[in-house]
Structures are given as structure tokens and as C-alpha cells.
Design a protein around this ligand. Structure first.
Ligand code: F6R
Length: 369
């Protein structure tokens, strides 16, 4: 049932082209207009929302953080992302014009379920992004957008994460479509770019030997840092979480711009730092800023491991190791840049002899608050 792989986790990492492809499947008509039939919330109600709040925990919350960048850009609706267990206990401002997006692989996470119940009591509409048919969170929500990643067995989430991001992009594009036809061109382009992502994930998987070798060499690392900016920030957080969970190594993700506000003090000779570099084709000189962050930490002795876009030669001069992912629009890049980080954590934990499917102290679904 592991499909010839030594662990469910490896199988699930390798299932990701299909997980993303299946999540995209059948969700637009022949004219390229999105048709999210399962949405079940009156489009008029969706048009009247003035705020989106994403509620989730762990990896699913990082999917929400990625979604925030995309949905705000496409829809011009403010998006807040909050951990379910924090939301519930702080007297949040929610009303009938708030759309709650609850993201949960299992659909059974108690923290998120309690947050959903609370939001409904306040009159908010709740849409679940969920991987498990008929589970509690979608049953209690007004609408559901299922991710079609297939059952995820390994405790640490991989393919569900990419599928959640994909579903959240579809939601964002759908809301943009509802808000006016002037977006139709951009929506079409994005859907076309999304359709190309599964094959690009496959390319990343096919060139993963190098990252596995690096992971084996780093089995003795005591601490690994991850830096990212814009959508690369939640990717860095996710890379750090995978390493903590699987390899029991201290790992932290930071927003690259935050470095000089504190974390740079951690950099000393030999400190491994992964840097998720934005596309050099993107806007706002993000790329240049992150490259200069790499220079800053390199000058202080960091061992820099860079995830960059194919053709980005500028990073080579400052990186011990560079792993390239195919070109894609900046907002979609997390579907590619996450993959080497998953492979790294899985390979490092395997090199240490740990069970990657059942990390210590963790359960697949957390059904207590
Ligand atoms: C990390 C991981 C957890 C879950 C979190 C939420 O690899 O698996 O952080 O993402 O417990 O679970 P769901 O998505 O089932 O609500």
C-alpha cells in the first residue's frame, strides 16, 4: 500500500503532482470559468463579504498564510489568518459579512471545530477546505471545498498541504470572478498556470537526489534556520515544522526581512540556513532584497542552502548549495518551493533512523483541545 516506497511519507510526497492535479480537476467549465459546485453558499452572500478569516492549526495554518497573499491580491478582500485555538479565546470581531475559511486535512481537529462553532454562533458563514469526506468540520460548515489529495497516512502533512493551497487558490479565483468580469483574463491565466504545476512538481521530485544527499550529510546538525519572504515566508515556517516533527532538530522559520530585527544574532560560523528565494521576474525587487539577506548571513559564516527559480544565476555566488525549481508565477511558487524542504526533512529523519510516518509524541488527528 506504500506503492513501493519505504514509507507513507515518501509515497505521499511523490503523490503530490496527482494531489494538486486532482484538486484542480473538474472545477472550471469549457470557457475557463470556475464552477465550484459544492460551494452551497449563495453567490450573493459571497459577494457581500468584506473580510475573510482563515482558521486552522499547524501546517494547515501555513496553507492559509500562503492563501492570504493570493486572495488579497486577486480579490482585494482583507484576509486574516489565525490559529484556531487563539481565535476562539480573544473575543474576535466576526459578523455575517465575514467568511470563515476553516482549513483542516482531517476535518476532526478539535481546536478548529470549536472555532468554527464559535464563528457560526456569531453569524459568520463558514467554508471548510478539507481532505476527509464527511468529517465533522465540513458537516458543520455552510460549504465545503474538498481537497482531493487522497488519504494521508503519514502523521506529518505533505500532499494535503499542497492540495489545501491549491483549493484556497481556487477559492480566491472564484471570489475574484464573482466580483467582476474584468478579472476574467487574469483568472484564466492563473488557471492555465495552475494546470502546469503538477508536471513542475514532478520535475522537482525527479531531481531530488541532490537534496537527499545533502540531508544525509547534515544528519548531525543541531539547528537549522529557514528564511523566506512574501509567500516564501510560510514556506520557510513549514520547512522548519517538518524538520522539527520528523528529525527532532531545532528549526525556526523567519521572515527574511525580520533578520536584522533579531534573528541575525543567531548566525554563527557553520549555521545552516535555508533561504527560499522569490523569482527574479517578480515585482517589487523582492528578489534583490532576499539576495542581500543571503549575503548578510553568509558574511557571518552561515552555510546557505538556497531554493531558487531555474535560471536564477545571481544566487549561485552566495550559496553553498542551490536547488532549482521550475518557473511559475510568484503567488503559485509555494507549490514548488515546499517540495525540496519536505524531501530534506524526510531524508534527514530517515538518515537518523527515525520512523517518518509516526514521529514521536504526535497523532494524525488532534481531537482534543
Ligand atoms: C504537521 C501537521 C499538523 C496538522 C495540524 C492540523 O505536519 O500535520 O500541524 O497540520 O494538526 O491538522 P488538520 O489539518 O487535520 O486540522
Amino acid at each position: 500500500e506504500k506503492g513501493g516506497y519505504p514509507s507513507f511519507m515518501e509515497k505521499e510526497i511523490n503523490d503530490q503532482p496527482q494531489a494538486v492535479g486532482d484538486t484542480l480537476l473538474g472545477r472550471s467549465d469549457i470557457e475557463g470559468r470556475l464552477t465550484l459546485d459544492e460551494l452551497r453558499i449563495d453567490p450573493e452572500d459571497l459577494k457581500s463579504i468584506n473580510k475573510i478569516m482563515v482558521l486552522a492549526c499547524g501546517t494547515s495554518a501555513y496553507a492559509g498564510q500562503v492563501a492570504k497573499y493570493a486572495i488579497e491580491h486577486w480579490c482585494r478582500i482583507p484576509v486574516e489568518v489565525e490559529l484556531s485555538h487563539e481565535f476562539r479565546y480573544r473575543d474576535p470581531i466576526v459578523d455575517e459579512h465575514t467568511l470563515i475559511v476553516a482549513i483542516s486535512q482531517s476535518g476532526e481537529t478539535m481546536d478548529t471545530l470549536m472555532a468554527v462553532r464559535y464563528a457560526k454562533e456569531q453569524g459568520a458563514k463558514v467554508l471548510a477546505i478539507c481532505n476527509t469526506n464527511g468529517s465533522t468540520i465540513p458537516r458543520e460548515s455552510d460549504a465545503v471545498l474538498y481537497t482531493h489529495a487522497g488519504p494521508e497516512i503519514a502523521v506529518a502533512s505533505t500532499k494535503a498541504f499542497l492540495a489545501q493551497i491549491t483549493a484556497a487558490y481556487l477559492l480566491g479565483l472564484y471570489l475574484a470572478q464573482l466580483r467582476g468580469d474584468k478579472f476574467q483574463g487574469e483568472i484564466k491565466d492563473m488557471l492555465a498556470d495552475l494546470a502546469k504545476v503538477p508536471a513542475k512538481i514532478q520535475q522537482v521530485l525527479d531531481s531530488s537526489d541532490q537534496i537527499k544527499e545533502l540531508a544525509e550529510l547534515m544528519a548531525d546538525a543541531k539547528s537549522v534556520l529557514f528564511l523566506g519572504r512574501h509567500v516564501g515566508f510560510p514556506v520557510a515556517m513549514e520547512g522548519a515544522l517538518k524538520l522539527k516533527e520528523l528529525a527532532y532538530i531545532h528549526a525556526e522559520g523567519f521572515a527574511a526581512g525580520e533578520l536584522k530585527h533579531g534573528p541575525i544574532a543567531l548566525i554563527e560560523e557553520g549555521q545552516p540556513v535555508f533561504v527560499v528565494v522569490p523569482s527574479p521576474r517578480g515585482r517589487d525587487s523582492l528578489h534583490a532584497k532576499v539576495v542581500s539577506n543571503i549575503q548578510e548571513i553568509r558574511a557571518r559564516g552561515a552555510k546557505t542552502i538556497v531554493i531558487a527559480e531555474e535560471g536564477d544565476d545571481a544566487v549561485k555566488a552566495y550559496a553553498e548549495h542551490v536547488f532549482y525549481v521550475p518557473e511559475t508565477p510568484t503567488l503559485l511558487a509555494p507549490l514548488l518551493t515546499t517540495v525540496p524542504l519536505q524531501i530534506f526533512a524526510c531524508a534527514l529523519a530517515t538518515a537518523k533512523g527515525f520512523d517518518v510516518d509516526q514521529p514521536r509524541n504526535l497523532a494524525k488527528s488532534v481531537t482534543v483541545e
